[in-house]
Design a protein around this ligand. Structure first.
Ligand code: 2IT
Length: 448
């Protein structure tokens, strides 16, 4: 129950209307927890139906993706692009390829992306796309054919000032290359339109590291502000074998932290003295998996074949970087019992709403992905700027800008949380600060 009767009514409506979209409902529930602090003091929100409008994507494109596999068999997948909100800029957000992808997941991701992109301070609206296709186990040729088939529909809905897709899980530099190649051929334009591109055809230096590195810049700000401390010697645990977790580990290690546990799809590895992060970086290069190989080289490390059990290991800082709903209430309790005092999201919504509430009530400092993992999309925004100016910045320039953007996001979240009398509630700060810019733009742009 919310304090605001307006929010209660809206949330009942959301639950009824979107009963088959549990991830979307969770994202709205978490957002409303914060809205409850401000909505009744801002009569224009209800008067101009801002929340009613913000909850409905401006457009959802749903399409067939037909392609031929290596055996000559015709395969058919479902593809989507959710163009959620363009109040402050062109739709911007990643594309996810995985058998689990459905409209509920893409709607929750695009909804979160809207506020995340707003927090970066760059002119980026919110969007997300994907398909129920898993690249894992597919040949390179199959992946190319799939990407080409996906873009042969998507291309007519996107553009450098309309909608700019990027990667998410299942979509890395290889997939972006195939999609951008086909996009360029069909549109006969060389104007960017995708981010996360290869460096030789308009990509930005620092983009592939940006989400993970940005996460650690954010963690550093939290430690400095709330504990007058640094990462030096802190025990960190990191989930996920994708780009985010790996680069988070590399940066944590570089900043002097002790990365004691990391998980991939096979399980997790643990070493109380700190894992060999440069080795994990190397081993994870081709496919993201490393734990089994790691154990061959360090048989004295501990290996547990269930990734989720990692949340029961002792640590100071937990960085969930895999996927939504990795940490439930029980996991949050285990983290607390084992000494964890900071939970900072590298993935999108890896922490269940009940677990977030538990953190806030039990002294675990929590930061939501829409703030702490915004470094990826922020450097995507910088890639768009470089493309528009037809020039490239050095790695150092991009990294400096990334660090500044993450510091600004932290400051905005913290100041907003303070303003509402909850200085440690960064989720509140992120939701309200992200929302206010979108709300302000929607008011000025009229009823559309
Ligand atoms: O969740 C995310 O912020 C991303 N997958 C990156 C989006 C982007 O447009 O770079």
């Amino acid at each position: 129950m919310y304090q605001s009767s307006y929010l209660n009514k809206l949330f009942e409506d959301v639950k009824k209307k979107y009963s088959s979209e549990p991830e979307f409902i969770s994202a709205v529930e978490e957002f409303f927890d914060s809205m409850d602090y401000m909505v009744d003091d801002e009569p224009n929100i209800e008067k101009y139906a801002i929340l009613e409008r913000i909850l409905i994507p401006e457009r959802v494109i749903s399409f067939r993706v037909a392609w031929v596999d290596d055996k000559g068999k015709v395969q058919v997948n479902k593809g989507w692009r959710v163009q959620f909100n363009s109040a402050i800029g062109p739709y911007k957000g990643g594309i996810r390829f995985d058998s689990s992808v459905n409209l509920s997941i893409l709607k929750f991701l695009a909804f979160e992306q809207t506020f995340k992109n707003s927090l970066t301070g760059l002119p980026l609206g919110g969007g997300k796309g994907g398909a129920d296709f898993t690249p894992r186990g597919r040949s390179d040729e199959e992946i190319m054919r799939f990407c080409q088939a996906y873009v042969s529909e998507l291309f007519r809905h996107i553009g450098p000032d309309t909608d700019v897709p990027a990667g998410d899980f299942g979509v890395g530099a290889r997939e972006i290359g195939y999609m951008y190649g086909m996009y360029k051929k069909l549109s006969n334009d060389f104007v960017g339109t995708f981010t996360g591109k290869g460096i030789s055809y308009g990509g930005s230096l620092g983009r592939k590291e940006a989400t993970g590195y940005g996460l650690l810049y954010f963690v550093s700000e939290m430690l400095k502000t709330f504990h007058n401390d640094t990462l030096k010697g802190k025990r960190v645990i990191i989930s996920g074998s994708g780009k985010v977790g790996k680069h988070a580990a590399v940066k944590a290690h570089a900043l002097g932290a002790k990365v004691v546990a990391m998980s991939d799809i096979n399980g997790f590895v643990y070493d109380e003295n700190g894992l060999d992060v440069p080795l994990i970086d190397k081993l994870s290069e081709p496919k993201g998996e490393y734990s089994l190989e790691y154990m061959k080289i360090y048989p004295e490390a501990k290996f547990v074949p269930t990734p989720k059990l990692m949340w029961g290991m002792p640590c100071d800082i937990a960085l969930p970087c895999a996927t939504q709903n990795e940490i439930d209430l029980e996991d949050a309790k285990k983290l607390k019992a084992n000494g964890c005092y900071m939970l900072v999201e590298g993935a999108n919504m890896p922490t269940a709403v009940e677990a977030i509430r538990f953190c806030n009530e039990n002294g675990i400092l929590f930061a939501p992905g829409k703030a702490s993992n915004a470094g990826g999309v922020a450097v995507s925004g910088l890639e768009m700027s470089q493309n528009a100016m037809h020039l490239s910045w050095t790695y150092e320039e991009v990294d400096q800008k990334l660090e500044q953007i993450m510091k600004n996001i932290f400051r905005k979240c913290h100041e907003t949380a303070q303003k509402y009398g909850q200085p440690k509630n960064l989720a509140l700060g992120a939701n309200i600060a992200g929302f206010i810019k979108v709300y302000d733009a929607m008011l000025q742009e009229g009823v559309i």
